[in-house]
Design a protein around this ligand. Structure first.
Ligand SMILES: Nc1ncnc2c1ncn2[C@@H]1O[C@H](COP(=O)(O)OP(=O)(O)OP(=O)(O)O)[C@@H](O)[C@H]1O
Ligand SMILES: [Mg+2]
Length: 232
């Protein structure tokens, strides 16, 4: 039987600013098995990034329970949480969050170096991943010397280089033209098949969403999941 990568039950998120509160997530249930891919769609402000941050253990839910790879992250120390993220999770943020003073190669190698890999080997792996996202010719450029779409592809390479169990991606192809967006989705499918990597991808593009196993619609804080067959 496939391992459970994500299991969350009854997740609520309420942002409290002074006397103003915003109820963003309402009783979200989600189960994702190893090797499954899920697209999350929903209008702007519906809580997609909020949910992704909670799933990635970067933010806490207001209530509800969650395990990632069978582990209740809230039970871990801060150091153990950081180590867990480095070993199991890959992030592609809505805004790329690259380190501006480092090259594409150094940015991509970073998760491997943090995980303890030797610099030489990390650079070989990072360089191969940059090649796969079509940036083999730009590895020594810094983010300020790259286009928006190229930066996004560096961020994608950085998230995938350590071959994580689960990749969480927030609009990973938002800055890309159709061809480069398709290349990224093909890469997602390739890694999913060869390494059984699970993906949760926030996107506005239903055509790209259809390339994943399931689509979840986030509407007024409620998450509804459909398989592609049900949508078609
Ligand atoms: N730190 C915060 N404090 C208060 N409200 C917040 C905070 N972060 C997000 N929100 C609110 O929560 C709601 C969901 O935000 P979120 O960023 O998750 O939306 P989203 O679905 O990712 O939108 P987009 O498609 O525009 O990226 C929004 O109404 C936003 O204003
Ligand atoms: Mg967002």
């Amino acid at each position: 039987m496939s391992k459970c990568v994500v299991q969350c039950q009854n997740i609520d998120k309420i942002y409290q600013d002074g006397n103003q509160s915003t109820h963003v997530l309402k009783g979200v249930d989600l189960t994702l098995l190893q090797g499954e891919t899920l697209a999350i769609v929903g209008s702007s402000g519906s809580g997609k990034s909020t949910l992704l941050h909670i799933l990635g253990t970067l933010d806490n839910a207001s209530s509800g329970s969650m395990t990632i790879m069978g582990q209740d992250i809230s039970q871990l120390s801060r150091n153990a949480q950081a180590k867990f993220r480095n070993q199991h999770l890959g992030f592609i943020y809505q805004f790329h969050h690259l380190l501006m003073e480092f090259t594409a190669l150094e940015n991509t190698a970073m998760p491997l170096l943090i995980g303890g890999m030797k610099a030489e080997q990390a650079k070989i792996k990072a360089s191969a991943m940059l090649e796969r996202v079509g940036l083999g010719h730009r590895i020594n450029h810094k983010p300020s010397e790259l286009s928006g779409g190229e930066r996004q592809r560096v961020a994608i390479a950085r998230a995938l280089v350590s071959e994580p169990d689960l990749v969480l991606a927030d609009e990973p192809t938002g800055n890309l033209d159709k061809q480069n967006a398709l290349n990224i989705y093909n890469l997602i499918q390739e890694l999913n098949l060869s390494l059984k990597t699970s993906f949760i991808v926030v996107t506005h593009d239903l055509e790209l969403a259809a390339k994943l196993n399931k689509t979840a619609f986030l509407d007024d804080g409620v998450l509804k999941i459909q398989t592609q067959e049900a949508i078609a």
